[in-house]
Design a protein around this ligand. Sequence first.
Ligand SMILES: NC(=O)c1ccc[n+]([C@@H]2O[C@H](COP(=O)([O-])OP(=O)(O)OC[C@H]3O[C@@H](n4cnc5c(N)ncnc54)[C@H](OP(=O)(O)O)[C@@H]3O)[C@@H](O)[C@H]2O)c1
Length: 318
Amino acid sequence: MKAWRVHELGDPSKVMSLDEIDQPTPGEGQVLVKVKAAALNFPDVLMAMGMYQEKPPLPYIPGVELCGEIVESGQRVIGSPSNGPGAFAEYALMDKDFAFPAPEGLSDEKAASLYLTYQTGYVGLHRRAHLQAGEWLLVHAGAGGVGTAAIQLGKAAGAKVIATAGGPRKTQVCADLGADHVIDYTAEDFVPIVKEVTGGHGADVIYDPVGGDVFDKSRKCIAFEGRLVVVGFTSGRIPEAPANNLLVKNYSVVGLHWGLYRKHDPALFGMVHEQLTRLVEEGHVDPLVGEVLPLDQAPQALAKLADRSTVGKVVLVP
Ligand SMILES: NC(=O)c1ccc[n+]([C@@H]2O[C@H](COP(=O)([O-])OP(=O)(O)OC[C@H]3O[C@@H](n4cnc5c(N)ncnc54)[C@H](OP(=O)(O)O)[C@@H]3O)[C@@H](O)[C@H]2O)c1
């Protein structure tokens, strides 16, 4: 089968090659899946560069999210490959207990996009931040994969959503997804705008995949008893929150590492998948696929993701 493999750490557009390798053989508790669509995630870029918390042994097949067909049964499923990456290939192995039924109404490309970012969003907003209907939710990088999911999930939860994004094309994407207020944070300071839009209250929940200056500024417009969710650091800088600032302003900084629930609460994945499937059926969730490319263009697709030019999800089709 054809599979992309990272042979050395570095820029994923340079260190991957499309190799002809043997189809994998399922072990105990695994199924062989024919990949129908594989969605890109920022961690694909970080992992290839050796900058992600998971460091698979080289060479490895990248890609952490897919929609595929179980070869034995023909069932269409979504999820991550066994042991993390492995989706940018014609076939992949999945753990049987973590291969979830693809919602019938979704195309392969959209179904592939329903897993990682939506599970992260659901767990982040509900389990970690306890988002309530009527609260103000501020989503940073709202036009990205994680951001588009958070806007839809926030609206579905009955929150009032403010989204930031870089440039008019991206703020329009956020507005089209239902954000109540959008801010181009590359052109305007979002702090006074959030304060004004919320009538001085501030954002109750802030969902931050960017970090750096965006995190620092978020601390200035968070509500009393607000929850600032640390999702990622696409800006490249890991920020810090001074403890005295948490004390005087009565807010919480909430860490989010969705993948860690595989160890601490594995049943959560299936429960969240059920909720997401329901939200798809009710029309609250509809993954935004910005671009579909053939599998052989994986390096170009990852380069676009790294240079900040994509909206929603980018999906590869074998
Ligand atoms: N905590 C978890 O469990 C978990 C799970 C999944 C993903 N994540 C993290 O969430 C983050 C977003 O992932 P994603 O797949 O949604 O990525 P994505 O689709 O590429 O979106 C990331 C967005 O970050 C913004 N950004 C700001 N500064 C940037 C920079 N210097 N370089 C690139 N992008 C920049 C860009 O939006 P603007 O142009 O609008 O600023 C970009 O669209 C990543 O850090 C990822 O590791 C965390």
